[in-house]
Design a protein around this ligand. Structure first.
Ligand code: ADE
Ligand code: ZN
Ligand code: ZN
Length: 276
């Protein structure tokens, strides 16, 4: 997702923290004078493209997604993530560090930022799929309501930000800057749509206490939605403009994935931080 998607997921989760998790989150965020999860939700997107000698972490660029070819029905670690440097492996790893009371507060804060961010990304359908080596749709250039964003519009960015920006009237500024109040308003709108039954059903994967198996399920859900909707609903005519029809099919899915990511993020944080 773009910065609004990540902030919305963080805001939905923040409202659903137990008092104990809330306290632990607040203490970790205070190390960097932050107050709320949305303030750190996009940090991993700011360090990947910075060279190592300038303090960046380029090796983390691959942590945000997993390329599962659309010819496959589901995630296979040996095939899709042999080096363990993908979202499906990193999300549980960072959750473990966050939950480790023997880890330093600094390490746990960094882990918190990754968990908040990767819980968002794993719910973006195109972060768990590729077709013809298209990098999750990054290689599929298109126009959206006639706009090609100076040649930068592509299928992936449409799902990360384009459809959301269009439907919720959001505008990303320079350096990932957003209007935090606007994100909160959208999070509150989506949060109000979530029923208790949905909440219960969406966190069922976590019942056994195994974050890893749940993470695989969430990636498989994304992969499935990429096949059926993100790729499946594309017009057969390659040059066709993407607009009203595609938006009507994809925006409800994007709303659902942001809601699920927020609810599941809260559940994971509540479990990881239950011991302070
Ligand atoms: N780069 C390569 N594959 C990608 C994907 N599925 N999502 C985001 N970035 C990618
Ligand atoms: Zn993306
Ligand atoms: Zn990301």
């Amino acid at each position: 997702w773009g910065p609004y998607g990540h902030a919305i997921v963080a805001d939905i989760a923040q409202e659903r923290l137990t008092p104990q998790a809330q306290k632990a989150v607040t203490a970790l965020l205070a190390l960097e004078n932050h107050q709320t999860l949305d303030q750190v939700a996009s940090w991993p997107d700011t360090i990947g493209h910075v060279p190592k000698k300038k303090g960046g972490l380029p090796e983390t660029l691959k942590w945000h997604y997993v390329d599962i070819d659309v010819s496959h029905p589901a995630y296979d670690q040996a095939r899709d993530c042999p080096d363990h440097a993908c979202v499906v492996e990193k999300l549980p790893e960072e959750t473990k560090i966050l939950a480790d009371t023997h880890a330093s507060a600094q390490d746990r804060l960094v882990a918190l930022k990754w968990v908040v961010h990767l819980m968002g990304d794993i719910h973006q359908p195109l972060h768990a799929a590729e077709r013809n080596k298209d990098m999750g749709g990054n290689a599929i250039r298109l126009t959206y309501f006639g706009d090609n964003a100076n040649g930068h519009m592509n299928l992936h960015s449409l799902w990360d930000e384009g459809v959301m920006d269009h439907e919720a009237d959001l505008h990303v500024g320079p350096f990932y800057s957003i209007d935090a109040a606007r994100a909160k308003k959208e999070a509150d709108r989506l949060g109000a749509l979530i029923t208790p039954d949905e909440t219960k059903y969406w966190v069922q994967d976590l019942d056994g206490g195994d974050v890893y198996n749940a993470t695989v399920d969430w990636a498989d859900e994304s992969h499935s939605l990429a096949r059926s909707v993100a790729y499946g609903a594309l017009p057969a005519n390659k040059g066709a403009d993407i607009g009203k029809d595609y938006t009507a099919l994809t925006w409800p899915i994007i709303e659902l994935r942001l809601e699920q990511a927020g609810v599941r993020l809260a559940a994971v944080l509540n479990t990881a931080l239950n011991g302070g």
